[in-house]
Design a protein around this ligand. Sequence first.
Ligand code: UDP
Length: 387
Amino acid sequence: MKRVLILMSKTGGGHLASAQALQAVFAQEYGDAVQVTIVDLLMDHLPWPMREFPKSYGWIANRTPWLWSTLYRAGHRPWIASPIIDATAQLSLTAIMALIVRHQPDLIVSVHPLAQELAMFALERMKADIPYAIVVTDLASVHPLWFHPKAVRCFVASEAARQAGLAAGMTDAQMRLTGLPVRPDFAVPARPRDELRAELGMDPERPAVLLVGGGDGIGRVAVIARALGRTLGAADAPPAQMVVICGRNRRLMTKLQKEEWTIPISIHGFVSNMSEWMAACDCIVTKAGPGTIAEALIRGLPILLSGFIPGQEEGNVPYVVNNGVGVYLRDPAAIAQQVRRWFGPERAELAAMAERARALANPRSTHEIVAELATLFMSSPSARSRD
Ligand code: UDP
């Protein structure tokens, strides 16, 4: 049996989701022959106070985007970032070495930008010859800290991300342009829409707008839902329905469920069948989260971006707009008007965007990443010695 150790941390939901997607495809493709363990490197293996950072990340990024933007940009400057990273690497050395000794991995895969320097430092000290691969979970804006010259492979999801890797010193031979790791249910074609709509309790005919705010239900979801309700519910508006997925934001869900709506609406908390909801709808309104964008493209959903987290989500806006798969509008009234036009006079444009979305997507990305990762540890000396 081979062992794969995935390093992630719960700064946002995306890193864990990507790690789980890789784990699921490893299980699907290799069964018991490969054991995949996911660890939260920052929260469970860094000394205090460094281990506190993931807990405050969500709050900082969502409540004080200006502060997050400053921190993110400070990380681009080696004279600020390097001393902090070097000190953290020294302080966490013993714990990370113990982690590697405990798990005896044949391959280490990182899905977090802050893992590389810390883990590589420990591997160097141990003189351990374990292949190390990076799977970037951001889409188009990729921080230089993601990249490390000693990684054998680095998988990215866009040409902009590949260029960022090359600019950060990676070689062509190390880089792979695959796509984001998405859950296996996105890798198979969706079931017929009428079947899905019947199961999900949706109107069979009316065009549907899906409104989401990432895993945590953030980004002015309530205000946008009300604007959509008003505009699409107007007497002269084309027929429409709305699905709102509030993720883990239960307060948002309860609040919206108590309100009066003039179009058919279905409001949910965290759903585990996002692939089905996406396949049942005609467009999506979302913040520029990489996971949601990649999934929406696979399901051929034109994307209306309503905002972004400064730094890592910034480049996702031109990615969507320049590829002709969506638009970016911040004002809730303008968002609602755009959806109304998409369901009315601009239906042909909506259909063209849906086609372009499918063409840009890669539903097999996780399988491609896993297939190449397997070649790395199958040929690693440490793997061979245990066979
Ligand atoms: N998601 C989900 N169920 C929900 C809400 C969100 O499975 O009820 C998933 C969504 O499909 C996507 C992820 O959560 O895979 C959100 O990732 P994204 O990168 O868009 O935003 P984040 O939450 O990481 O900021």
